[in-house]
Design a protein around this ligand. Structure first.
Ligand code: TRP
Ligand code: SF4
Length: 405
């Protein structure tokens, strides 16, 4: 397993700009990003090329969605002072790495990705028998590997893509990380670390290879992470040597599984645009109130006097997200005994959703007034991302014998 120690890991994640963000995105993804930005070096990007893999016939919705998405991120508290925010198409090196990785990626690996057939089934109204759609998990692999990200926060449905990324990285390192005299070069690199670190490295290496000591492996990686005076090449050799391979040019990332969002849609299914059951972050308070007031409840409560069962009611799931214990007890008991009506039961939920969205919508309005500021934030993020991507590409080109000048 060629992975960086997680405490030093870079985090990378992307989102497709294919429409308005809703409470499902907020509770399922963005709140998690807000936490992560304090703990790791984070790269969050707008995956506009990914949007084109499914929306190539109607790309005109993309630009507005891109800027709305960026504003929504900022409005909920993603902090450009902590996380690097950028737009995929503004870092063209993603495309170069995608192309180069495509040379070594067996077709079967892409055909076997579960989302390939699933999405084609699901999005029947679109012709997805395209090269771009087949290759999009590989584009995602390039997105991740170009930043040497160690952790990729994703939902359940995207874990297979991170797994593909790991396989592609492994194959890349296997093919291009081999070099004549690797062991001698690793030994020379070891000595360049200085006496103390060189000795520690040997001890850890021995403990890991002879006794399978995982803690020693972790310690050796941490040691390497802290070597700032040796060249990148040498570091890659030392990482690779630990596990007996060649140079580890592209480290394998780990998925960071986001807790499944408990955010239900208005009908109790998962909140998703394709189910038409969403509350968007930008919906008017009056519209939200109306949507919640008219959302279905336990179908057994036909009359006000009929007792109900919260387990059969989507409103209850909203209480689970938004209400404290005392309110939940009140709703549960009131429902079962028919002491409260459904409208009454919904009121604390309505209040909580509106209270949650109020400061966000206020921020959105303020940011909408400052398009220049928003563009500057992203332009700076693009710049930072391009610098990191450029460094990786130099290594990749060298490894693939493309360093022509
Ligand atoms: N494919 C992801 C989605 O549809 C978005 C995405 C693109 C992504 N590149 C990524 C997520 C890299 C994580 C890492 O949601
Ligand atoms: Fe649902 Fe509340 Fe009505 Fe019970 S009282 S059915 S939990 S809305």
């Amino acid at each position: 397993m060629n992975t960086f120690p997680t405490q030093h890991a870079r985090v990378l994640s992307g989102m497709r700009p294919t429409g308005r963000l809703h409470l499902g995105h907020y509770h399922g993804v963005l709140k998690n990003w807000i936490e992560l930005q304090h703990q790791y070096e984070c790269f969050f990007f707008v995956a506009d090329w990914h949007a084109l893999t499914t929306h190539y016939e109607d790309p005109d919705i993309i630009p507005d969605s891109v800027w709305e998405m960026v504003i929504d991120w900022l409005a909920v508290g993603i902090n450009p002072g902590e996380a690097k925010l950028f737009i995929q198409s503004q870092v063209p090196a993603h495309a170069e790495l995608h192309l180069l990785l495509s040379m070594i990626t067996p077709l079967g690996w892409l055909e076997r990705v579960p989302s390939y057939k699933d999405q084609q089934e699901k999005l029947k109204d679109r012709d997805l028998a395209t090269y771009g759609f087949l290759g999009y998990p590989l584009l995602q692999a390039a997105d991740i590997l170009i930043y040497k990200a160690g952790l990729v926060p994703v939902g359940e449905d995207q874990v297979a893509h991170v797994e593909l990324t790991r396989e592609v990285a492994r194959r890349f390192n296997h093919i291009y990380g081999r070099e004549p005299g690797f062991e001698q070069k690793a030994e020379q690199a070891r000595k360049k670390m200085g006496k103390k670190s060189a000795k520690l490295y040997s001890q850890y290496h021995k403990a890991y290879t002879e006794q399978g000591d995982q803690a020693a492996l972790e310690a050796a990686r941490a040691l390497l992470e802290n070597q700032h005076n040796i060249a990148v090449n040498d570091r890659e050799r030392l990482f690779g040597f630990l596990e007996g391979g060649g140079r580890m040019i592209l480290p394998e990332p780990q998925p960071l599984l986001t807790r499944a969002s408990k955010m239900p849609g208005l009908d109790g299914q998962k909140m998703s645009k394709s189910y038409g059951n969403v509350i968007s972050l930008r919906d008017e308070p009056a519209a939200i109130e109306k949507a919640l007031k008219t959302m279905p409840t336990d179908t057994n409560r036909i009359r006000r006097t009929d007792p109900g069962d919260p387990a059969r009611c989507p409103v209850w799931q909203f209480h689970e997200v938004y209400s404290e214990e005392s309110v939940k007890t009140w709703a549960d008991e009131g429902c079962r005994s028919a002491a409260i009506g459904c409208l009454e039961c919904k009121q604390p939920v309505i209040d909580a959703v509106l209270a949650e969205l109020k400061p966000i919508q206020q921020q959105v309005r303020e940011l909408e007034q400052q398009p220049k500021l928003v563009r500057t934030i992203i332009a700076e993020g693009n710049e930072l991302a391009r610098d990191v991507a450029q460094q990786t590409m130099e290594e990749v080109r060298r490894a693939m014998s493309l360093e022509l000048f």
